[in-house]
Design a protein around this ligand. Structure first.
Ligand code: MG
Length: 443
């Protein structure tokens, strides 16, 4: 028996139970009852289905994943669609039809052991995906995604701060494994307090909201107001650039670059860049602001490069793409191509390439939001920043209702974060309103 066959045998049990829950969905749809009662039953089943799908992916490990991942991604996509249909209380026939598709995917997965070789997407499915784009207005989900991103980022920051600058063996001795938001750390935080990563992201959001067309000066003013509160955890590169500022942010970053002998490739601009992807619907504008906000403090192209890739992934997910597909697509042909397949050999420290490599690895490897931020936390080094950056993208993809509620409740600045998310959403909507005007009517 080949390794692959062995894995498929272990799959069988999970696939059988998965099919059972999909059958239950059909039964629920056939039985009458109130819409609300049915929705609750369906949601319960879907939670179980999601759980089994995640179990499948975990069983894949590193064994011949190239054969199974296309099918797994298909299942995940169909599942996402089914969940939405339930959420929207769509007519029975549409939900049943979607469930048929999902069952078909599961049956195909069962055939993988018999030499069935799936393409990533067949032509028929590509058409289906294109129709899905038309069928669902992705913007309906934008507010939940934006909230998920902002809160997910802050949760990562709050949890990871406990172990910042520690090494994994120290963390193990002191805490065992950190699985919750504990506070403490070198900043002596109260549980649920956040650090510079969240503070500076809020500054970026504030600047964009104040002056969406050209937000750099407004972002800079917000940075300076934050510096004036004398934060203990301001990074060296950022402090230097803020202190060098004399009316020109790029010049300030360049002075820092000279002073630091060209070493300005820290992760300080990556940790705060997500609000740019959340606000701007126009991709050229989004990329321009992403790059310029990085170069306000970090002159090195290596920092802005990571920000660009990160925000391009975010923009895709915000438009409804699968997180893993977006990650593969946007790292293709870059220095981050396939770096996430194996555990990184570098430490998750403050060098932007190391930080981003770890972020990609965690997102690729762990399925749930909780695992992503917990794993980042227990790896130590720049754990708050790695957990925040990874948690932001993961939260964007799970949407706010996919975040563990007890952690959302623990965030001390939750109200402020939710307000920022709502304001960014409103701004996004107003930009869509402008771009959806027929050409030639707005001159
Ligand atoms: Mg921090």
């Amino acid at each position: 028996m080949s390794q692959f066959d062995g894995m498929m045998n272990r799959f069988d049990g999970v696939l059988t139970r998965l099919t059972h829950h999909l059958e239950n969905i059909d039964q629920i749809m056939e039985n009458s009852g109130t819409e609300e009662g049915r929705k609750e039953l369906l949601n319960n089943q879907l939670v179980l289905v999601v759980d089994f799908v995640y179990q499948l992916k975990q069983m894949l490990g590193k064994e011949d994943t190239s054969r199974v991942i296309p099918q797994w991604l298909r299942i995940e996509n169909r599942l996402r669609r089914l969940r939405r249909l339930v959420e929207l209380q769509s007519p029975t026939v549409i939900i049943q039809n979607e469930n048929q598709w999902l069952k078909k995917m599961v049956r195909e997965m069962e055939q993988l052991g018999n030499g069935f070789e799936p393409d990533l997407y067949t032509e028929e499915e590509q058409e289906e995906l294109a129709m899905e784009r038309d069928f669902f207005d992705e913007e309906e989900f934008a507010l939940d995604r934006i909230k998920g991103a902002i809160l997910g980022h802050a949760i990562g920051d709050a949890m990871g701060a406990t172990t910042e600058f520690m090494e994994p063996n120290e963390i193990c001795r002191k805490y065992g494994t950190v699985t919750d938001i504990l506070g403490g750390g070198w900043l002596h935080l109260k549980p649920g307090e956040t650090t510079d990563d969240t503070a500076m992201s809020l500054c970026v959001a504030e600047g964009i909201l104040e002056s969406p067309d050209n937000p750099i000066d407004a972002i800079g003013q917000a940075f300076l107001r934050w510096e004036a509160t004398d934060p203990e955890d301001i990074g060296n590169t950022i402090r230097s650039s803020l202190d060098h500022f004399n009316g020109d942010w790029l010049e300030a970053a360049y002075q820092t670059h000279l002073e630091f002998d060209g070493y300005t490739g820290g992760n300080g601009s990556l940790m705060r860049c997500l609000p740019v992807a959340l606000a701007y619907t126009d991709s050229d504008k989004m990329e321009d602001i992403t790059e310029r906000q990085s170069k306000m403090t970090h002159y090195d192209d290596i920092a802005s490069e990571a920000c660009l890739i990160y925000n391009r992934i975010a923009a895709r997910v915000l438009n409804g793409d699968n997180l893993l597909l977006a990650l593969v697509a946007e790292t293709d042909g870059t220095r981050y191509h396939n770096v996430f397949l194996d555990r990184p050999s570098c430490s998750p420290d403050g060098f932007v390439v190391n930080t981003f490599t770890w972020v990609l690895y965690l997102l690729w490897t762990y399925d749930s939001f909780a695992e992503v931020v917990q794993q980042a936390t227990n790896e130590g080094y720049d754990s708050d920043t790695v957990a925040a950056i990874a948690g932001g993208l993961k939260g964007l993809s799970t949407q706010s209702f996919g975040l563990p509620q007890e952690w959302v409740n623990k965030l001390r600045n939750r109200k402020q974060l939710e307000k920022a998310a709502e304001d960014l959403y409103q701004l996004r909507q107003s930009m869509l309103g402008m771009t959806s005007q027929p050409a030639g009517t707005n001159d």
